[in-house]
Design a protein around this ligand. Structure first.
Ligand code: HXC
Length: 280
């Protein structure tokens, strides 16, 4: 995996001291590292997902890596009562919510014709309805703290990736929510942005989805020449939540090494490094 600098090597320590981050899907993968980075910079964290057992392990790992305070609360983002309880528990434990990361997402590879009606609905319920539910439940606290939201998206729908119509269409809706909420919450001092990660190699989800490609094929298609790591996404998270991004709202930041833009039909990258001289 690439040696990407830690956020503490780029941003000041304690920039989020006294703040609280609430993250859905924070027990694993990209969202775990995003949340851990926030705690490294002084925030207290609440991580939520369905399995309390997995969450407790993740919270213990995060505490020992950072020395910070981390609370695990079981909640299914599809259930309003669950997310309302998670928000209540966050306030009881830490008194405020400054940052919200909507990271819970469902995904699997499936041709749309083979997918059951319920499979499509399930992914939309987790990604879109879940993002709505948690944001609605937390919004009064985010307004009170003049906080900030990051919706985790994906580049899947930019190019019509096959077998991802359920997840791609859900993320398109998430990107729309980012814009609508940026406009609605801006007057309250709340910024709403998105992060759209490309192929991040060090997650369980990606190692499952990545099996569609031959070894090395993903890297060879990425203009910056490597797969991402979760720390690449954490860097963007810390940036977007920091005051360095104080005038950025409604934007979904693609963090993918240029991956989605490369639709080369030539042998890439060798054709770019040694360009053909003849006219097409
Ligand atoms: C087809 C599937 C399926 C599969 C589940 N279903 N897995 N259909 N292929 N592999 C169907 C089920 O048959 C069922 O429909 C419906 O989906 C709901 O499944 P359940 O297991 O009952 O629901 P639930 O436990 O609530 O959730 C299932 C799940 C979830 C949505 C699949 O387990 C999940 O998403 N796990 C993976 C999470 C993940 O990896 N997240 C990271 C996302 S990263 P029926 O009709 O049978 O009732 C990301 C970035 C993408 O999105 C980057 C890609 C390049």
């Amino acid at each position: 995996m690439a040696a990407v600098p830690k956020t503490t090597e780029i941003f000041k320590e304690n920039i989020f001291a006294g703040k609280v981050v609430l993250c859905s899907g924070g027990g694993s993968g990209i969202c775990y590292t995003m949340t851990e980075a926030m705690v490294q910079h002084g925030a207290k964290a609440v991580i939520i997902s369905r399995s309390l057992e997995k969450l407790e392990k993740a919270a213990a790992k995060m505490r020992s890596a950072t020395g910070g305070q981390v609370l695990a609360v079981a909640a299914d983002v599809r259930k309003p009562a669950d997310v309302e309880n998670a928000v209540k528990k966050s306030i009881e434990a830490f008194g405020r919510i400054d940052f919200l990361i909507n990271g819970a997402a469902g995904n699997f590879l499936a041709p749309f014709e083979k997918m059951s009606y319920n499979a499509f609905k399930t992914v939309h319920e987790i990604d879109v309805q879940g993002t709505f539910n948690l944001t609605k439940a937390a919004s009064e606290h985010l307004k009170a703290s003049k906080g900030s939201i990051i919706n985790v998206s994906a580049t899947l729908y930019y190019t019509g990736l096959p077998f991802q119509s359920h997840a791609g269409s859900a993320k398109a809706a998430v990107d729309a929510l980012t814009k609508h909420w940026a406009v609605e919450l801006g007057p309250f001092g709340v910024r709403v942005n998105g992060i759209s990660p490309g192929p991040v190699g060090d997650t369980e989800g990606m190692s499952r989805l990545g099996k569609l490609r031959k070894a090395g094929e993903t890297e060879s298609r990425i203009p910056l020449g490597r797969q991402g790591v979760t720390m690449d996404i954490a860097q963007s998270c810390v940036f977007l939540f920091s005051d360095a991004a104080a005038w950025i709202t409604g934007h979904t930041l693609v963090v993918d090494g240029g991956a989605w833009m490369n639709t080369s039909f030539v042998d890439y990258p060798s054709a770019v490094l040694s360009p053909p001289t003849s006219r097409l």
